[in-house]
Design a protein around this ligand. Sequence first.
Ligand SMILES: Nc1ncnc2c1ncn2[C@@H]1O[C@H](COP(=O)(O)OS(=O)(=O)O)[C@@H](OP(=O)(O)O)[C@H]1O
Length: 875
Amino acid sequence: MTKTCSPHRLIISGLVLSYISLTVFLAITNDINAYKWKLNDDNNYWIVNGSILRQTSPKYRYNHRLPLISDGIARKNPLQLLLLSSSDSRKQRSTKKVKILIISRRNKLNSFAKGIATAIEANKLDYSITVGDNLPQYLLNRRHFKLIIFDSLKYYVNLSQRNKLAVTTYCKEQKRVGILVFANNESVHHTNIPILSSNQFLPDVASVRIKSPNPILRLTRDGGNVTHNLPNRPWTVFNNYTHMQPILYINSKNGQQYVGGLLDDGKDDNIKRVFFGNCIDFWLIRLLFLDAIAYLSNGVFQRQLSRWLQVDVDDVFVGKKGIRMTDEDVNAMLKGQEMIRKNVDNFKFMLGFSGHYFMKGLPTENRGDIALISNASKFWWFCHMWKHTKPHLFQTTELLIADMERSRNFATRSNLPIVPGYSVSPHHSGIYPAYEPLYNAWKRVWNITVTTTEEYHHLNPAHKRKGFIHKNIQVLPRQTCGLFTKTLHFKTYPGGIKRLNQSIFGGELFRTLTDNIICIFMTHMPNYANDRMAIYTFVHAIDFLKRWTNIKLSSAPPSELGQSYFRLYPDEKDPLWLNPCTDKRHKAIWPFVQGCKQLPSMIIVGPQKTGTTALSLYLSLHPKFKPNKASKRTFEEVQFFNDNNYRKGLKWYMEFFPPIESSLVEQSIRYFEKSATYYDRALIPKRMNALLPDVDVIIILSDPVKRAYSWYQHMKNHSHPAALNYSFYDVITNKKQDRLIKQLQDRCIRPGKYVIHLERWLDYYHPSHVIIVDGKQLIDDPIQVMADLQIKLKVNDILDYSMKLQFDQRKGYYCVKRERGRNKCLGRSKGRKYPPMDKDSEMYLRNFYRPYNIKLKEVLESRSLAIPTWLKEQT
Ligand SMILES: Nc1ncnc2c1ncn2[C@@H]1O[C@H](COP(=O)(O)OS(=O)(=O)O)[C@@H](OP(=O)(O)O)[C@H]1O
């Protein structure tokens, strides 16, 4: 959990004044004004609701009757009910395939368009982005956009007739697709949209105010005049409009009022539009943006108003003497908690403890430890490591378990009300990248079902953090509130208190609270001691949120949050294993770094029955190529990226590629594996690319008709009941719903729809990493295939395979030459003898595959990939 921020020393008095004035200026509730924050080290007393609170040391007492947090809380909590019944959650699910289209004036990567994209992503919605040169062509056949955003007002009003027609036709035909337009420091004097004109209004802005009520307001609430954190860019104001209504007013310093946001409710042409006169980096526009996208998409992109808040206070006993909590700090924390509870139903701080450090501070701080235990029932508690040791550093799982058991004994002795099933790990160690012993020990000692991390997929960017489930433990994304273990005093806050206030009052923290339905923050004990910055931060952030939004905040036990999170985002359940060696932070919390440098650099992905075993054998004859270690557990193939093995985690895969002796490393030996089922499984290109983005993907394409028949024969040989009882023709043409026949039919036919699967691979791999091998040529002339393949694999020492392979009359295939005796051929299950395919089946399948093959040739051609001879002949 420890993160360091190097604090800057600033002059405290000015800061104090500025932050007090800001607080007062924002007219935050009486409670907050009454609460006295500790502003410097000398001023360490507290005023709550007007009176100084200095509680005498509470007696250290054990309360044996303190219960575990019971299901009762969960039952009372509205979360589950709401998520089950909410139309918002249904919409969340249904937005999976629908998207927002951003049409950008300049290029896709300009920072303004990126800002819009980030806001969309942070709200877990999908988008596409185009530069919009040829909109009719772009919009053709793309029916999934429910909203169009222009990042430039000027570009929008000056669209060519052709592009404009394409956009308006699309909006009308796709039924009620709205348009959102941002002015980005631009004025529009002569516009070909008669109802709108604007001129430039330079930055003399005193305040901004929402027009309330107005039809788009839902999440946003009119909080009054905004005078802080105003945008640096000049406003575009709209000065001549008809049939539209203002939604945002700008007040200049000389007292004039202008319109900075407009709504066209679509009465004229059935297309709703919203215009913003400034950019999304102004917090109020970003907030209104969320309402605008909901309004303009007729609710498709509307998100629920409920949010769930969890604030973890990690390491409550861990900390150097002098920065730990005193009993007064504990009282202040309880008071702060009371304030938060007024706005957040069921809220309690969630305290994480490492028992070893209990009572190891200064005398006043030890009284703080006692106060925490005495008030244990007023908080939620979660277990942590006994000495705060990173789990991946334990030598054995037994030692890890023993450490956790010590923690559990401490909790039992101290009667801590442990929240069921929740824990976190020091420095995120073992959660991601997943360290299996941690998952196993957690299950065994604490029956953990939920944890959190900031590290999945990476720490940054924060808005892309996701959740996943591993070994039945739900891992939820955790957010940052801007406070770290070493953030102790306002005066040394990095960037000064101004920076913290910016984050609270509309900035990063405010965005995090508005964007995330479930917000889990990690703070640390010293944030509640010293200047008590955490209380300041959360009380103000929540108050500001209440003032400017209609969001309803509640808290619920983590087990509830876990279930709800994956109900909202079922797509996130499956983890994605990335290479820990490519992220400095991950590398530091992963004990097997040697292994992650040692993964395959080429993979034969299939499809099945195209000659994958033969190709794998040929590759292994090359002195530079090494196949994965054989394993009895997996027979011939590793199949890591398929569901069952993938769930075993990365370490499991790495064991197939043991470290190569150093002499061989110098010769740059390359590992490879072949798993023929990879080719046609939907999730595999994504999973493989996440772990092995630079791997060479080798795909063998043979005539799909013959491939289908080969599979049928294979299954017959394995006594599949449908293959034994039905002819090939019956199986491939069967329309009945018999499960076994359907299953066999599917495996005969589906992999051969090559183009469908290939396009998925090409979504994740550049064609320069995709190598197509002609399956027929692999049978007829493997020596030439291997010569070409070595060139594609950029091998320096080309092996002449005529030295290694020769045709074997008995087998009817090429086999490996041996110095003495018979050739080494593949086993009986490869190159089987079976009767030729019947004509009806062949004709049926030829017709069936024709359109797929035509498309396959087009795709291969368009990516300059090799076209197999059999495909050229058939199309
Ligand atoms: N040298 C050599 N020896 C034997 N067989 C060869 C060889 N080269 C290619 N083939 C063709 O490979 C087919 C088996 O394909 P796979 O190895 O990909 O099958 S599997 O998916 O791994 O089960 C196999 O299919 P069947 O003829 O149906 O057995 C062969 O057509």
